[in-house]
Design a protein around this ligand. Sequence first.
Ligand code: SAH
Length: 470
Amino acid sequence: MIRASARARAPARTADGARDARARAPRVAAATRGARSGAAIRARTAPRTRASAGDEGDDDVDVPFEPSYVPRAPGVRDGAWAKVDADAVVASIRDADATARNAGKVMDGEPFSLLGLTSSELKQFAIDRGLPAFRGKQIADHLYAGGGASARSVDDFTTLSKKVREELKAQNVQVGRATLHHVAESTDGTTKLLLRLSDNRVVETVGIPAKEYGKSRLTCCVSSQVGCPMRCTFCATGKGGFARNLAPHEIVDQVLAIEAHFGERVSNVVFMGMGEPLLNVPNVLKAHKALNEEIGIGARHITISTVGVRGSIEKLAHAQLQSVLAVSLHAPNQALRETIIPSAKVYPMEDLLRDCEQYFIATGRRVTFEYTLLGGVNDQPEHAKELGRLLYARNLASHVNLIPYNPVDESDFKRPTRATITEFKDILEGLNVPASVRVTKGLDAAAACGQLRNEFQKNAIEGDLKPATV
Ligand code: SAH
């Protein structure tokens, strides 16, 4: 647990408006040492329950806490895409490759996470340790039991002998679950969890329960990175910088945490949380495999959302996933898109749409487009007409998801009016481009990407968030 006062501090700013990383990086001792703040925090953070306990987590010892906020790299600032941004993207892709190489590789003394491995990989893991292959299958059963019954620690592998469990722990083998750091529930049932990772970074994941044709659905919106280097102007995550990519176990864990919170299985997964999944392709693909094969989420019920990273859509096409690729377009032309998405400068819309066509040819799966409606910026009838004509002419008229902008701190955009949203949708459909308006879920729980994480850090105690209920 974290002391309130240090985290509640608002971000300091330097003269050029960049955040002061040092002011944001207090090393905070566990709250239990300071009884007063500890009591205050306990009301707001998750109680130490089965769902919140980490593998080796112990809330009663000093925990060095890296702030959830990720400061931007030196030199990165709002405005046009610059070399420093391109460098951050290259670094992010390299980091993803390194993370993927290390996941699943036992390194002397380094913690090794089992979560994210498939049954066949776990069988091999067992064989490598001189155990019969079926022990690997038993481990898989414990890891992916679901609905809150999934193992949190090696001690939960109750079908393995105590001796084997002790041996695994001695080799620093872990399940790889995060600690539940905070829960925020909105009145419509949408729930955001902040998960504290083993390096004390915090990511958010969202559970969205819904009923469709009488059947219940539980969608989990997962993060793929800690922070994001893409800098989309209206996105809360993009207001900060990039720290690192999530490993497969850290992605899969988000789904298990949502299952534990709701006590039921997740039916759909959308990679629409923090981060740009196509900067983290190898780990996203590994997580996808585990979600599909082990947790049983149908590939068609998994959506990977991207703002576009040159060269990455073909990597995804190569994987031949039967999943939905959603492209965040947000503008009907290059000039406007660049003002909303600075990175569009180096991956022009023409190239992006051509890659979407190629994706369709290669996989037989049409691309879905997301369009965040920003009041007075990209939501006018002429924008709808231009978008409709563009997608129809290119034979890309698959589906447009219209997302009304969710207000984000430090961003001046406005939410469009209901009438504007309806008119935009009607114009698209009049041009034979199917469109739907995404119902804003959990606005009161800080719905936009990365927003809760930012909000939580600024208002760790004083915010309107409900106490933990897990
Ligand atoms: N980086 C990926 C996935 C994360 S964002 C991408 O850009 O697609 C998932 C979706 O939420 C994107 O379409 C993004 O544009 C949208 N989004 C982010 N912040 C938003 C906000 N404040 N209001 C409305 N939509 C937002």
